[in-house]
Design a protein around this ligand. Sequence first.
Ligand SMILES: NC(=O)c1ccc[n+]([C@@H]2O[C@H](COP(=O)([O-])OP(=O)(O)OC[C@H]3O[C@@H](n4cnc5c(N)ncnc54)[C@H](OP(=O)(O)O)[C@@H]3O)[C@@H](O)[C@H]2O)c1
Length: 337
Amino acid sequence: MLQVAINGYGTIGKRVADAVRAQPDMEVCGVAKTRPNFEAERAIAEGYPLYAAIEERADRFAEAGLEIAGPVETLVEAADVVVDATPSGVGAENASMYEALGTPAIYQGGEDADVADVSFNARANFEEAVGADSVRVVSCNTTGLSRLIAPLSESYGVEKVRATLVRRGGDPGQSSRGPINDILPDPVALPSHHGPDVNTIFPELAIDTLGVKVPATLMHLHSVNVTLEGRVEATEVRELLAAEDRLFLIPERAAVDGAGKLKEFALDAGRPRGDLWENCVWAESISTTGRDLYLFQAIHQESDVVPENVDAIRAIAGTEDADESVETTDRCLGVGF
Ligand SMILES: NC(=O)c1ccc[n+]([C@@H]2O[C@H](COP(=O)([O-])OP(=O)(O)OC[C@H]3O[C@@H](n4cnc5c(N)ncnc54)[C@H](OP(=O)(O)O)[C@@H]3O)[C@@H](O)[C@H]2O)c1
């Protein structure tokens, strides 16, 4: 049984903890937080041993009546793998601690690519992470684009990707985030940094991205144009994408007109936290004009990287079979509608 430590128990960390717990070959040996709050109470209620991420602040947990199992270093030392799900930039600060304790580490997409040996997407480059000392699971947007590009590239060849990322202003719990009532080109300078991040997975890919930030919290929406190397019919692309494990083709009959209904759909389906681990591609948006493919996909920023973290744990621990890992992750988590 692989022992997995989770450092940073917020939006991503708590979801990864639950996903790890659902797997037959790994368990959560503990989670670390800096302060007591509702998530710390929830971690204890879930039965996850709680560790103090900052030792000088450990007393605060006792004052709040929460039992601490020890400092984060004890947790990391006991683990086979640590998943760092701390805020952007904190992971890089933690890297020296993980290295000193000899525990392989998985970082998130908020870190720069050079934090880890390899940037990771299970569909595209699982093999590159096998046995690595450190892996970075790419961001929610890069994960969403990579899952789409991999099958298109393998089946048809891709000449160029152009994607406009309509990004949520913040997660539902991020009350400090804006914009409140605005639409921001973000960044204004084009193309955006998202394309180069996709190049950490597909180094040779020609891709330009544009970002727009909107006052929404539910999901991101990608407007994608891919110039393929040959002419392909839309029906053929639909069949190709429908066969992908982590792509959900929203059928026209579902009458899902946007992110709000998608989240409602996930909640009705009994998904924990209303999570959508899959790229949600509107089937009827898949269109072709000559060699150009167009489509819309919605990406649930809080959860699409969760199954990727589980696969990254197996890869870093030396599992070589990507298909088997993805199949196990998806079956135990309930990926796929
Ligand atoms: N949310 C998304 O949309 C999303 C999607 C994909 C990737 N990511 C990436 O995932 C990473 C985590 O993002 P998130 O959205 O989960 O952030 P988050 O919701 O803010 O959670 C991070 C948690 O880490 C804890 N923390 C802060 N400083 C820490 C430290 N020094 N040591 C240990 N824990 C610490 C914070 O809780 P306490 O201070 O209360 O302990 C916080 O709850 C980032 O790299 C982000 O870019 C986020």
